[in-house]
Design a protein around this ligand. Structure first.
Ligand code: VGL
Ligand code: ZN
Length: 206
């Protein structure tokens, strides 16, 4: 049955998991690697987060968490300006993102010599990978939103699809860097070819 307050059908329930990718200052407007309209994703993402919290369903928050000399930085020969340096303001989650107390945080790109766009092999505080944590759950669907569509969201979807998970990507809850115009749209196409379902989180009925 359709829930008038939540347009995702069927509404999140047992077996559904939410992965919120890298909603950090440095990927938002004003940040070191700011996605121009990145902050439009926060209200829809918060509605989905609240819904998962209400239902007691698992939510994982990933973060890019680089050492100051990470290999992806231009000074080290990488493609990016320094961003998401662990412990800095730029690496913190957006203030208005609904990160609950005790949220499970998955840190990635923590090793100087390793780029990690995919969140699946980032680690929680106990050193378990997100892949391992998902394998330990009875997962029906993995909902995903966050930044950036053409990098960390895409690579997470690729890896999760390889693991056999069914991915539901919320298009109003992702935004792309779009270094080449169309990168975000091409990334969404590739996700669909990997079996992902594109949905919008939608507006709650008034
Ligand atoms: C990301 C570029 C560099 C991302 C991380 O989270 O999509 N993009 N590092
Ligand atoms: Zn990075």
């Amino acid at each position: 049955m359709t829930d008038p307050h939540f347009p995702i059908t069927p509404a999140p329930g047992a077996g559904d998991v939410l992965v919120v990718v890298d909603v950090q200052h440095d990927f938002l407007p004003g940040g070191a690697l700011g996605v121009s309209d990145g902050d439009r994703i926060i209200p829809p993402l918060n509605r989905v987060i609240d819904r998962f919290l209400q239902a007691g369903l698992p939510i994982f928050f990933s973060r890019d968490w680089h050492p100051p000399d990470h290999c992806s930085f231009r000074e080290q020969g990488g493609p990016w300006p320094p961003h998401c340096i662990r412990g800095t303001w730029g690496a913190a989650f957006a203030e208005n993102l609904h990160v609950p107390d005790g949220a499970v945080i998955i840190s990635k790109g923590t090793q100087k010599d390793e780029e990690q766009y995919s969140t699946l092999f980032g680690h929680d505080a106990e050193g378990r990978t997100l892949a391992r944590r998902l394998e330990d759950l009875p997962v029906r669907r993995v909902f995903i939103g966050g930044l950036a569509t053409d990098y960390c969201v895409l690579n997470t979807v690729r890896d999760a699809a390889k693991m056999g998970f069914r991915l539901w990507v919320m298009t109003d809850a992702v935004a792309a860097v779009d270094i080449q115009p169309g990168d975000g749209a091409r990334a969404l196409d590739e996700m669909v070819r990997n079996g992902a379902v594109l949905i919008t989180s939608g507006e709650p009925a008034s």
